[in-house]
Design a protein around this ligand. Structure first.
Ligand SMILES: N[C@@H](CCC(=O)N[C@@H](CS)C(=O)NCC(=O)O)C(=O)O
Length: 139
């Protein structure tokens, strides 16, 4: 079972879509980034960069304690590897590097980063909100 800590933003949707495609049992915990839930000390233990999305995997492949993962790309790779889907075998270095190239280009592409900033500042939170100002200015 996967717990998704998320909010309806582009990065949140990427992980939600992958979880749906993988058919994983999951529950959703809303982290209202308008109210500042991302700074809650309990959430920061899961996502130290104070951003959604984050997940907790309650049935990790090693059979150990639940695993928390933050960062969209890291979550997507973790889930794809766990389920053995959507990622070529590591020995298939040509196919694997091709998938990684496109994954990284989607995650780090400037336009996505900027659209998330615009979304965070103008859609999900009032422009006069103090978090809007420092988020807009940070790299
Ligand atoms: N590098 C992070 C960025 C995540 C991110 O920017 N999440 C936004 C929503 S799309 C967020 O949590 N914003 C809260 C805030 O800016 O305080 C990732 O790819 O997961």
């Amino acid at each position: 079972m996967i717990t998704q800590y998320t909010w309806p933003t582009p990065n949140g949707h990427k992980v939600s879509i992958l979880i749906a495609e993988l058919g994983l049992e999951n529950e959703v915990v809303a982290v209202d980034i308008n109210k500042g839930d991302q700074f809650d000390p309990g959430f920061l233990k899961l996502s130290p960069n104070n951003r959604i999305p984050a997940i907790v995997d309650h049935d990790p492949a090693d059979g150990g304690a639940p695993v928390a993962v933050f960062e969209t790309g890291a979550i997507m790779i973790y889930l794809a590897e766990k389920e053995g889907r959507f990622l070529p075998d590591p020995n298939d270095i040509r196919a694997r590097k091709s998938v990684m190239e496109w994954l990284m280009s989607r995650i780090k592409r400037l336009i996505f980063s900027m659209s998330c900033k615009v979304g965070c500042v103008t859609l999900y939170r009032n422009v006069s909100h103090p978090v809007s100002h420092y988020r807009w200015q940070e790299p």
